[in-house]
Design a protein around this ligand. Structure first.
Ligand SMILES: Cc1ncc(C[n+]2csc(CCOP(=O)(O)OP(=O)(O)O)c2C)c(N)n1
Length: 200
């Protein structure tokens, strides 16, 4: 990790499956995760092995048409063991998703593509957990639809000077900014813990 992303390092910004053990596919080019999951799910069916397939996509990533081909396939092949999480943080690499290429309404889109859909606060672990458990139950009960979990989130959540600002897609921190980021995360964590206790 100390030479992360430097020339010659095994771990770069985009993972290379020929260099890093445990990484099954090289990624970095957006829009392939859902297709891979459909392939993994079909392979499980052919090999008679039952497992869930979880995919994380970004809302910006959903601009890629390949996702929607994969979504059609997941529904067509009744892959109830495929669960796609859409990290709907409304930001991309160099702009807001609404300004670059709108993807909303994501819940209605996935529903129209034949998915069971849950829309949750992506920063609320309880809501997320309930949606995941419902997806697993649907599969175990013989449901025939894949699941989409639309997570409403903020990019850079918890770091006040980064939150919801696409310009922090990239960036590095000097010591002063690092200290500010830690302080902000501590405050965020305390607020979250208080909320969880209140909800319990
Ligand atoms: C096919 C492809 N096109 C463009 C890029 C460049 N790119 C890297 S990240 C990114 C934005 C992705 O936005 P989103 O999926 O919303 O990710 P997040 O905001 O959660 O980081 C883009 C366009 C890429 N990696 N692959």
């Amino acid at each position: 990790l100390k030479i992360f992303n430097l020339t010659g390092a095994k771990i770069g910004m985009h993972m290379d499956c020929n260099k890093v053990k445990g990484v099954d596919c090289s990624t970095g080019s957006l829009g392939h995760g859902l297709s891979l999951a459909v392939g993994f799910a079909l392979a499980g069916r052919v090999n008679g092995i039952d497992y869930m397939n979880y995919v994380l996509t970004g809302d910006g990533e959903l601009n890629e048409g390949s996702n929607w081909e994969a979504a059609m396939s997941a529904a067509q092949f009744k892959l109830s063991n495929v669960v796609v999480f859409a990290d709907n943080n409304k930001c991309m690499i160099d702009g807001r998703v609404d300004d670059e290429m709108k993807v909303e309404p994501l819940d209605k889109k996935f529903e129209a593509f034949g998915f069971n859909v849950f829309r949750v606060d992506g920063h609320n672990m309880k809501e997320l957990n309930n949606a995941i458990e419902a997806a697993i139950k649907n599969h175990q009960d013989g449901g025939d639809k894949p699941t989409a979990i639309i997570m409403d989130t903020f990019k850079g959540a918890g770091v006040d000077f980064m939150q919801d600002d696409y310009k922090w897609h990239y960036g590095s921190l000097d010591d002063e900014k690092l200290a500010k980021a830690y302080a902000s995360l501590d405050k965020y964590l305390a607020e979250r813990c208080a909320r969880v206790e209140k909800e319990a």
